[in-house]
Design a protein around this ligand. Structure first.
Ligand SMILES: Cc1cc2nc3c(=O)[nH]c(=O)nc-3n(C[C@H](O)[C@H](O)[C@H](O)COP(=O)(O)O)c2cc1C
Length: 186
């Protein structure tokens, strides 16, 4: 038996992207973004409402995106609850915000993988904004690289957001090779 659940989407997984930005005075901030993703190899889309981050990105034209890892689930959730309009989240998180060498936005040093983005396009969807960021650089902690220099998500253990229960899950096992296991049906 199948059941209709209505118009709310249940696409899974959703991202746990930590989007970091500076305000006009250079104060760092970060928020948690579930509605985001890579749209081409060099571009990232984030969909955000009326937040301090939104003001910051409009002011600076830049942001960084770091997929959260399991080691920083507490900080990731904090970034999604507190607002930079009221508190200093850089201080509150106890994480280290350093200036990107490539864009006018901070990089959070403890997060192992960060895309440094320049705003390429902004769309307004009834109050929500969709920012397309062009990736100017990807910065990675060598500890999550494999022997061939590729990012190894098995080592990083990224987390994803499960909106059905409002929980975070850790990304798990490899179940097959892409453009490979399907050959069984070719
Ligand atoms: C799991 C989770 C996912 C979230 N995803 C989004 C999102 O995709 N877009 C959005 O506008 N807000 C999202 N939020 C809410 C913002 O992260 C939150 O309002 C945050 O306080 C904004 O911070 P700022 O005002 O300092 O920019 C999410 C929050 C959580 C906990």
């Amino acid at each position: 038996m199948k059941k209709d659940l209505g118009s709310a989407g249940e696409l899974f997984p959703q991202s746990v992207f930590i989007v970091a930005s500076y305000d006009e005075d250079g104060t760092p901030n970060a928020m948690n973004v579930a509605w985001g993703g890579e749209c081409t190899r060099n571009e990232v889309a984030i969909n955000i409402g009326d937040h301090k981050t939104t003001d910051n990105i409009l002011a600076t034209g830049a942001f960084t995106v770091a997929p959260a890892d399991v080691a920083h689930v507490v900080e990731a959730d904090y970034f999604g609850m507190a607002t930079g309009r009221k508190v200093d989240k850089a201080k509150g998180s106890r994480l280290t915000f350093v200036r990107s060498d490539h864009v006018n936005a901070p990089v959070i040093d403890e997060l192992p993988l960060t895309m440094e983005c320049k705003v390429k396009d902004v769309r307004d969807w009834g109050g929500e904004k969709r920012f397309i960021g062009e990736i100017m650089n990807t910065r990675v902690d060598e500890a999550i690289l494999d022997d061939e220099g590729r990012v190894d998500f098995g080592k990083m253990k990224p987390i994803v957001y499960d909106s059905t229960r409002r929980i975070y899950r850790v990304v798990g096992d490899v179940v097959g090779g892409a453009w490979d296991v399907g050959k069984a049906l070719l």
